[in-house]
Design a protein around this ligand. Structure first.
Ligand code: GLV
Length: 294
């Protein structure tokens, strides 16, 4: 049986697939594969499924989010879809913490100031940061990463946590000093945060997006940052990666990170193992380890 891996993937992905006796191909043509290990930049739609052929049994995403996959189309053809939950929770929550601290303490802005030769030495008013202790963190999407980030922020920083379950989003937006997005990308979460929602936030609030770019209307966010509707934003994901809205590139109060949420060596290797084990487990008839229901 054949396994197709969409892009070079950390070990032990190929080792696990080969140890199960699969014929592994990385990149190139997926036609004829029985199992696919896909990165989130690979679109798995009807056209892809047609190209691969009816022998395909499993698509294992190398990600927890599955918005690159038409799960219903896979299910209609009896193709199992899996993702990589749990193994990346710590990495993503730590990255959210880094983004929050980065935005609150103006780390990137200060770094740019030094590198551009604009730093004139210590002065009491060069940049004014935000203290997070006692501030309210509003988590939108209390799944695994949302819960873990909340726990870290509460225990490490003494923040007060509110969440969109059960609080209505509008109330959360009006109350939080930091709003952090952890929802999957679906039709109903596309542009969940737009001009109306940004206007509901406190003028001193910070927005974090570590979910998927299209959850935020980037043009509206760029406007809000330019006009001081909110204080700042830190983004790990963008609407049209790797393109970033011009208004965000020029915003001093935006911290930008290139979709690095799960990018630790430990986590990427655990994701590689889990994705490969899902392919093997389905192809050997043992069923998926972490199926996606759609
Ligand atoms: C990364 O963005 C993931 O969904 O795993």
């Amino acid at each position: 049986m054949r396994a197709w891996v969409s892009h070079p993937t950390p070990e032990p992905a190929v080792a696990v697939l080969e140890a199960a006796g699969l014929d592994v191909r990385v990149g190139g043509d997926a036609a004829g594969a029985d199992g696919v290990l896909a990165h989130l930049i690979e679109t798995i739609d009807e056209a892809f499924l047609d190209r691969v052929g009816p022998q395909l049994k499993v698509v294992a995403n190398f990600a927890v989010g599955t918005n690159n996959i038409d799960v219903a189309a896979c299910q209609a053809r009896g193709v199992v879809v899996t993702n990589t939950p749990d193994v990346l929770t710590t990495a993503v929550a730590e990255h959210a913490l880094a983004l929050m601290l980065g935005a609150a303490k103006h780390i990137a802005e200060g770094d740019r100031m030094i590198r551009a030769g604009r730093w004139r030495g210590w002065s009491e008013n060069q940049i004014q940061a935000v203290e997070l202790r006692g501030k309210t963190l509003g988590i939108v999407g209390m799944g695994r990463t949302g819960q873990e980030f909340a726990r870290m922020a509460e225990t490490a920083l003494g923040m007060r946590i509110i969440s969109s379950r059960p609080l209505p989003l509008d109330e959360l937006l009006a109350e939080a000093d930091v709003v952090s997005l952890h929802v999957p990308l679906r039709p109903e979460t596309t542009h969940l945060i737009g001009a109306r929602e940004l206007a509901l936030m406190k003028p001193k609030a910070i927005l974090l997006n570590i979910a998927r770019g299209p959850v935020v209307d980037e043009a509206a966010l760029a406007e809000a940052l330019a006009h001081g509707t909110i204080r700042g934003a830190a983004l790990d994901v963008f609407e049209q990666e790797p393109r970033v809205h011009q208004g965000l590139l020029t915003a001093e109060n935006a911290v930008l990170s290139p979709h690095l949420g799960s990018a630790t060596a430990e986590t990427r290797s655990a994701m590689a193992r889990l994705a490969a084990e899902n392919v093997v487990s389905v192809l050997l008839g043992r069923g998926p380890k972490t199926p996606v229901s759609g």
